[in-house]
Design a protein around this ligand. Structure first.
Ligand code: M6R
Length: 611
């Protein structure tokens, strides 16, 4: 859950500060409780590191360039050791021969530390990283790749590292196990980073390291090795589609608002790829191998956080439209649960980053049990896509804000497309009804745009509730996971306590919280369950609770003293795509009015690459 970046400049010294700091800014979403850089030049390696956000490091470094030929940087989300200057990366070994940055966890660090202590090694920080760098140093006799490889074979856990040696002015070594590390091939420099966005300003040519691989960056090119055997391996270069504009704020104050506003376009683009018109079949060549209905006897949906909510919506969609039984589990629960699986189970793993450790772990378990793995993922070449038999890319472009928005609606869109594809292929739905559903789905992006036009109305609602400390979100059926997602959005960026409940569950306990002024958001799309939601609302109002309603049946609520946000009409099944937008905007303004750091909420990081 840290961002790392290394750079080896091929045409002499350069201002590495001007490369490392903007690169770290691009991966700061991965962790932001301390930051540091190390730059090598003729005078040795200069290190600067500070607790707090990258801006604190930037301020401390001032305007002057930091020139060098090789440099690395880090932005941290603390695992071992509190956020402090001392615990910030990069870390030296105790004799200042080797320096490195690290993302992940070395699980066996305390046993290695005991061994090193017995050899007289001393430590300044509480981090597993300082143990790692000292182990590398014990193997170092002038051959950095070999020292990194020998130490790397002993590390247990998830890690990627960039390593430099003080006496090797044009060399950097990177290793990867279970957390991402990519090589970027620029015109006059080579980069190592945990995310493409760190070097996207310079190159879109990328080589993805696999688990157990090492990259050695020199002036004469980059070589790759297998960590276990030490044998050199061939790797190829891929060109990524993303561009630097997508990874910038584009005139918005926050990535979150930019990404909210991107939704009509990214959803439209995704639909165009798979459903050019309502008269044509859904195109899903990635699923062509699944030709028999029996291939789908059970779908096991896995994800965490927002992706889990997409899975929960997916159950209603796949069971409703494609008539396929589905099981949904948090990936971290599925990881330790021996659920019966077979080759007729299709595991659908949903993840924006494709690097969430819990999701990767659960996928490995289900794969080992014989399940076919299909991932719905945003990041091309991520670990999840490499574990999967097939990947359905959500094509949302880089999502930088920690709070997931466009990734969620693109995950939902992909699930609708899969359900329609199955329904069509196996004749699960009447052709005329299928055509109508396709028309309705294709109409969603314009309806999303219409909702975004009403942003001010939602900002007003956030003002109405700017003092509250709790919020319930209630939905039934397919709206229940949307309620959960609305609550997650609010709590993660505004720190208001919020819970998403199934409306029918209120009377079983949660209603005890309702007292005068306690606010609830009622999700009430037109559906056979609409009247049940009206009943929920009345129960709250009769206890003097406050109610805000998101509905496409606004007339039904006109006689009540409630705040109503109307959204465009659509079939109930697609309502999650539309209801999500006002919930995201409401969370955004609730956080803004409370002065929160919207893109980088406290205690969180974008990719949770540790269990
Ligand atoms: O990259 P992933 O989709 O696997 O991430 C899963 C969750 O960590 C993520 O959705 C998280 O809950 C978001 N911060 C929610 O906005």
């Amino acid at each position: 859950m840290c961002g790392i970046l290394g750079a080896v400049i091929h045409d002499g010294d350069n201002d590495l500060k001007s490369i490392l700091l903007p690169g770290l800014r691009a991966v700061e979403y991965r962790g932001y409780d301390s930051a540091g850089i190390a730059v090598m030049n003729g005078d040795g390696i200069s290190v600067s590191k500070k607790a707090g956000k990258l801006s604190i490091l930037e301020d401390s470094l001032g305007e002057s360039p930091i020139t060098g030929s090789v440099g690395l940087g880090h932005t941290r989300w603390a695992t071992h050791g509190a956020p402090s200057d001392e615990n910030a990366h990069p870390h030296w070994d105790y004799q200042h021969r080797i320096i490195l940055v690290h993302n992940g966890i070395i699980e066996n660090y305390s046993e290695i530390k005991d061994e090193l202590l017995s050899k007289g090694v001393t430590f300044k920080s509480e981090t597993d990283t300082e143990v790692a760098v000292n182990l590398i140093a014990t193997y170092y006799d002038g051959d950095l790749p070999t020292a990194v490889r020998l130490a790397g074979k002993r590390f247990r856990g998830s890690f990627s590292m960039c390593v430099m040696a003080a006496d090797q002015p044009r060399l950097m070594v990177g290793i990867r196990n279970e957390v991402p590390l990519l090589v970027g091939h620029g015109d006059n420099a080579t980069y190592l980073a945990s995310d493409i966005t760190a070097f996207l300003a310079y190159t879109r040519d990328v080589t993805y390291l696999e688990d157990g691989e090492m990259a050695v960056l020199t002036d004469n090119g980059t070589h790759y090795y297998d960590l276990a055997t030490g044998h050199e391996i061939e790797k190829h270069v891929e060109r990524v589609e993303w561009n630097i504009e997508q990874a910038q704020k584009g005139g918005y104050d926050t990535f979150m608002m930019k990404e909210i506003h991107e939704q009509p376009n990214v959803v439209r683009h995704l639909l165009e790829r798979h459903l050019p018109s309502a008269n044509e079949p859904v195109q899903m060549p990635q699923l062509d191998e699944l030709t028999k209905e029996n291939d789908f006897r059970l779908v096991s949906l896995l994800g965490c956080g927002t992706a889990f909510h997409a899975c929960k919506v997916g159950k209603y969609v796949l069971e409703g439209l494609a008539k396929i039984p589905c099981r949904v589990m948090y990936a971290h629960e599925a990881l330790y649960h021996q659920a019966p699986l077979s080759s007729a189970t299709v595991t659908v793993a949903v993840s924006q980053s494709g690097e969430t450790a819990d999701t990767l772990g659960a996928v490995k378990v289900q794969k080992a049990a014989g399940s076919k793995i299909i991932s719905i993922c945003n990041v091309v070449g991520s670990s999840l896509t490499r574990l999967s038999d097939q990947t359905l890319y959500t094509l949302a472009g880089p999502e930088i804000s920690v709070a997931s928005t466009k990734a969620f609606t693109c995950q939902l869109t992909m699930i609708y497309l899969v359900a329609l594809w199955i329904a069509e292929k196996f004749g699960k739905e009447d052709p005329a009804e299928l055509r109508r559903l396709k028309e309705e789905l294709l109409a969603v992006p314009d309806k999303m745009s219409a909702i975004l036009q009403s942003e001010k109305q939602i900002e007003h609602l956030a003002r109405v509730y700017r003092q509250v400390r709790h919020f319930y979100y209630l939905g039934r059926g397919i709206s229940y996971p949307v309620a959960m997602e609305g609550a997650l959005k609010l709590k993660e960026i505004s720190y208001v306590h919020a819970e998403g409940y199934a409306g029918g569950e209120m009377k079983h306990g949660a209603i005890a919280m309702i007292e005068p002024g306690f606010p609830s958001c009622i999700l009430a799309p037109k559906s056979p369950l609409l009247e049940k939601m009206v009943a929920n609302m009345e129960e709250i109002l009769s206890r003097n609770g406050e109610v805000m309603v998101i509905t496409n049946a606004p007339d039904r609520f006109s006689k009540y003293d409630v705040h109503v946000f109307p959204f465009p009409d659509c079939p109930q099944v697609f309502s999650p795509l539309l209801m999500s937008l006002p919930l995201q905007i409401f969370a955004f303004y609730s956080a803004k009015l409370r002065g929160r750091d919207i893109d980088q909420p406290r205690n969180l990081a974008k990719s949770v690459v540790v269990e």
